[in-house]
Ligand binder design. Structure first.
Ligand SMILES: [Zn+2]
Length: 481
């Protein structure tokens, strides 16, 4: 009998191995369409000079009164004169120009291409770490250096250069194209909101919109040796809550067994120990299912056999902050306060927790999660809903906008991998999404891990090669619209 059951067990193991192997073998990247490379005669040297000049305007949106904003808009007029002569331009508050390129067929839904030209401040303490001054627009070593080159003036220059070139070639789009350049993306994007309201008031429902939010990621994802274009189809929401615990206060020489600080600390510890539930569903599943196919065979075996390895896989992904953020709403305690003096008991202690909301959760879901988790009615939850935004809708990864963007990525970068992704930070795209049937997020630049610290950091730069790729991408995209 024992012999028989051992044999049975051996057989079952063999079947299991065979199933895993077959499923792994079938789990391969979707065949990549060869897109004809897009040949474009745009003047790259001029584009480099233009990006260099764009950097010299200190469009730092923490101070919208700076004259640089108006000056930048005037500079755009003279830098791309055919765009200015051909398209209608309206400037929405604050300092957000919207260019309207009238299409030949009004029955087709218009589309919108966006970038922003405001920048974050340069930290004075880090000034001496810059290889070149941050607002000089130095061109050296194959790069344009300076604040805003990557984020996001490079995209603006690429869009405008491509449009100028297409107009010069006599091209008129079939459908109307809007070009929108946010003046205050870094401080909330009321400009982009105004653009969405402008379009909605004119019943201009966009077929789709394209803004920043991701890149062609070159060896940034651990274990992936091929560049992959992450075309993001959704964006996380944002809410900050402040937990408030109160106590009697008094001298610290005779403390009660329960203090405001102690209650608060317990609540924060519970929230840390109880992440918002998440997992491989919805956009997270789409992303990892598309991405997993490009991994080495051992990793592919795990992704291909989720029926068996799901808990293991989710554990691995939850183990690293970057992948955990793709799976769930994240919980980040960021600020704490107690009493103002070491020997005084706090009458009021507060903890500020920042959540980035996954598209599967609503703001109210997060409030309920916090309530249930801390399980202490004496702690109040304060929240400013005006500063909160829900996650964006999830756009279709097989819709016409997605396919057009994907085709232009491949016409620019060759037959590279592309996956539908999730933007974990906040961008203007969430505002444009309110006026569009779909919103996508990618900048057509290839970035490496080395570039990541340059965003909002020191030595921000964009390679001349990337600028060229960007012009090609937008040229390819617009010429098909
Ligand atoms: Zn940006």
């Amino acid at each position: 009998m024992l012999k028989w059951s051992l044999r049975g067990l051996g057989f079952a193991v063999l079947v299991l191995i065979a199933v895993i192997a077959v499923r792994t073998g079938q789990y391969r990247p979707a065949p990549v369409a060869e897109n004809e490379p897009f040949a474009f005669g745009a003047d790259l040297d001029k584009a480099v000079r233009d990006l260099s000049a764009a950097v010299t305007f200190r469009t730092v949106s923490t101070d919208m009164t700076r004259p640089d904003f108006r000056a930048f808009l005037g500079w755009m007029e003279t830098t791309w004169p055919q765009v200015f002569a051909t398209m209608e331009r309206v400037v929405l508050d604050p300092a957000t120009p919207l260019y309207i390129w009238q299409g030949r067929d009004d029955t087709l839904p218009p589309i919108l291409l966006a970038a922003h030209y405001d920048v974050v401040p340069v930290a004075p303490v880090a000034l001496d770490q810059w290889a070149y001054p941050p607002y000089a627009g130095v061109v050296a070593d194959g790069f344009v250096w300076g604040r805003g080159t990557l984020d996001n003036k490079g995209a603006l220059v690429a869009i405008m250069t491509a449009a100028e070139q297409l107009i010069g070639e006599g091209f008129t789009p079939q459908r109307t194209i809007y070009l929108s350049f946010g003046g205050d993306e870094e401080t909330g994007g009321t400009g982009a909101q105004a653009v969405a309201d402008f379009l909605t008031a004119r019943s201009q429902r966009l077929g789709w919109a394209l803004d920043e939010g991701s890149f062609v990621l070159d060896r940034i994802i651990p274990g992936l040796d091929v560049p992959v274009a992450s075309i993001n189809i959704a964006e996380k929401g944002y809410v900050t809550m402040t937990l408030v615990a109160t106590g009697a206060g008094g001298h610290s020489s005779m403390p009660p067994r329960e203090t405001a600080v102690g209650k608060l600390a317990t609540a924060v510890a519970k929230l840390q120990a109880t992440p918002v539930p998440g997992g491989l569903t919805g956009v997270s599943e789409e992303f990892f299912d598309a991405l997993g196919r490009y991994f080495s065979i051992e990793k592919r075996a795990i992704f291909a056999n989720r029926w068996l390895f799901e808990p293991l896989l989710e554990g691995i992904l939850a183990g690293a902050p970057s992948t955990d953020a793709m799976l769930r709403t994240t919980t980040a305690p960021t600020m704490l306060s107690g009493s103002p003096k070491e020997n005084v008991l706090a009458q009021r202690a507060t903890a500020t927790i920042n959540f980035r909301i996954h598209p599967r959760d609503s703001i109210d879901d997060i409030v309920a999660h916090v309530r249930d988790t801390i399980d202490d009615d004496s702690i109040e939850i304060e929240m400013n809903r005006d500063f909160a935004s829900p996650a964006s809708p999830v756009s279709d990864s097989s819709g016409p906008g997605y396919l057009a963007i994907e085709a232009s990525i491949r016409a620019t970068f060759g037959p590279i991998a592309s996956v539908p992704g999730l933007t974990i930070a906040a961008t203007d795209a969430r505002h444009y999404a309110t006026a569009a049937d779909a919103a996508y997020r990618i900048n057509p630049f290839r970035i490496t891990a080395d570039d990541l610290t340059r965003f909002h950091g020191v030595n921000e730069r964009l390679s001349v090669e990337n600028l060229e790729k960007g012009i090609t991408f937008y040229g390819s995209l617009m010429s098909g619209l």
